[in-house]
Write a protein that binds this ligand. Structure first.
Ligand code: HEM
Length: 432
């Protein structure tokens, strides 16, 4: 990624900024609610009120512009042009209604026990890796597989495609970063083409063999109320659900567990009754999705800042989440924080359709970790992904302490020489 120009209020390629963007956001917010950002090519809103106005503004919309040159990005553009997230007005309303009704068929409730059992199995696997190697990667063994397995199960993706899903999605979403570079752009198109092919097969299969999955539900909803969903719209909607359905959730679990392990007092107080407010606080504390943009449909003003028709403006969700005008002591992790009006799931007509499912998954992961590995602790400084928009870690090395004694492996990467072979054996499995 090429660094943004020096006059920019922050540099999205600066590792120090990426490691902790919140002090910079605070300094910007103290000066003004909205700042021009020449590097990003649009102004950025940094207060809660201004971000909320950007997301809710009726004169601001998500207007899709094809990646260029368009004939080199056929599959990438097809997926996005047909995604409800990239539409406004009646087209958005129709597709959103279909997805909401399909979700309303009880899928999230049906999956509740299954998600908890899956979280338990993944944490047991993490525990036995720690027992064998002294430390293990929580991101790779819990945070990443949990949401991918859940969304694949929900959409009825089976077999080899399930294993490919995360790679396709990870590669495609790098296009959302500022200046992704030629190599990542080409890889994103290749992944999108494979993804489209797999989703066309899935749609055709479910038309012939409907089941209780969400794709079959979408087809049934479309048939029931007479509104139609084209083949490309079904592919675009399934792709959106598969990508939106796990990218953010992986990073909420990764960023959230890191925040908890850096605040051991909060980790120690995490009990089942606290899980619902803890989930909200982790989404607020270190936002997995930092930037959403809108285009002005007419000349409009946001917090006194003029946004001419056809130009873009961004809401920085991490900055909004640390606004002291709304959150007391925003830099403090407080699992009891309530109310917690963060904008992590968005606001207005594009408010996240998967919020109940995301809450279920993050809550299940927290509960399984707390029940089965209460002595969880960091086993080294986790490396961060070099991205700004999708904020997350590359890995999260952890170990466990079983007594008051400090972990011998702490501070060493997993599997490194001298890491204890059996530091903190896993608590016995509680089933699942
Ligand atoms: C903690 C995890 C998640 C976070 C933080 C999150 C966040 C968001 C945000 C901020 C938006 C609004 C985007 C905008 O206004 O431009 C959104 C939209 C959306 N999300 Fe999520 N999401 C999460 C999980 C999920 C899951 C699990 C699913 C599906 C299974 C999902 C499906 C969607 C869909 C379909 C939309 C588009 C809604 C529309 O355009 O009307 N999300 N999400």
């Amino acid at each position: 990624m090429t660094p943004s120009r020096p006059s920019a209020p922050f540099d999205t390629a600066d590792p120090a900024f990426l490691a902790d963007p919140y002090p910079r956001f605070a300094a910007l917010r103290a000066a003004a609610e909205i700042h021009p950002h020449p590097g990003l090519g649009m102004p950025v809103a940094v207060s809660h009120a201004a971000c909320s106005a950007v997301l809710r503004g009726r004169d601001l919309g998500r207007i899709w512009a094809d990646a260029e040159p368009a004939d080199s990005f056929t599959a990438f553009n097809l997926l996005h042009r047909n995604s409800l997230l990239e539409r406004e007005g009646p087209g958005h309303h129709r597709l959103r209604g279909l997805v909401a009704s399909a979700f309303g068929r009880g899928h999230t409730a049906r999956l509740r026990d299954w998600v908890h059992a899956l979280a338990g199995r993944l944490v047991d696997d993490l525990a036995s890796r720690i027992a064998d190697d002294g430390a293990a990667d929580l991101l790779g063994h819990v945070a990443a597989p949990l949401p991918v397995e859940v969304i694949a199960e929900l959409l009825g993706v089976e077999g080899p495609e399930r294993a490919l899903l995360r790679g396709w999605s990870n590669t495609i979403v790098t296009m959302y970063e500022p200046e992704p570079g030629e190599e990542r752009r080409a890889a994103a198109e290749k992944a999108a083409a494979e993804f489209v092919g797999a989703l066309r097969e899935l749609a055709a299969f479910r038309r012939r063999h409907p089941s209780d999955d969400l794709v079959s539900g979408l087809l049934a909803e479309a048939a029931a109320d007479g509104s139609r969903i084209s083949e490309d719209e079904l592919v675009g909607t399934a792709a959106l659900l598969l990508m939106a359905g796990h990218e953010a959730t992986v990073n909420v679990i990764g960023n959230g567990v890191l925040a908890l392990l850096r605040n051991p007092g909060e980790w120690a107080r995490l009990e089942p009754a606290l899980v619902p407010t803890a989930v909200e606080e982790l989404i607020r504390f270190d936002a997995p999705l930092q930037l959403f943009e809108r285009t002005a449909l007419v000349d409009v003003e946001v917090a006194g800042f003029a946004v001419p028709a056809g130009t873009r403006i961004a809401a920085l969700l991490g900055a909004a989440a640390h606004d002291p005008a709304v959150f007391t002591e925003p830099g403090r992790l407080d699992l009891r924080r309530h109310p917690n009006p963060h904008l992590g799931f968005g606001a207005g007509v594009h408010y996240c359709l998967g919020a109940p499912l995301a809450r279920l998954e993050v809550g299940a992961a927290l509960q399984a970790l707390r029940d089965r590995l209460p002595g969880l602790t960091l086993a080294g400084e986790p490396p961060r992904r070099p991205d700004f928009v999708m904020r997350g870690l590359r890995s999260l090395p952890v170990t466990v302490v079983t007594s008051r004694r400090a972990p011998r492996g702490a501070g060493r990467p997993p599997g490194s020489p001298g890491a204890p072979p059996s530091a903190g054996r896993a608590a016995p499995s509680a089933g699942g």
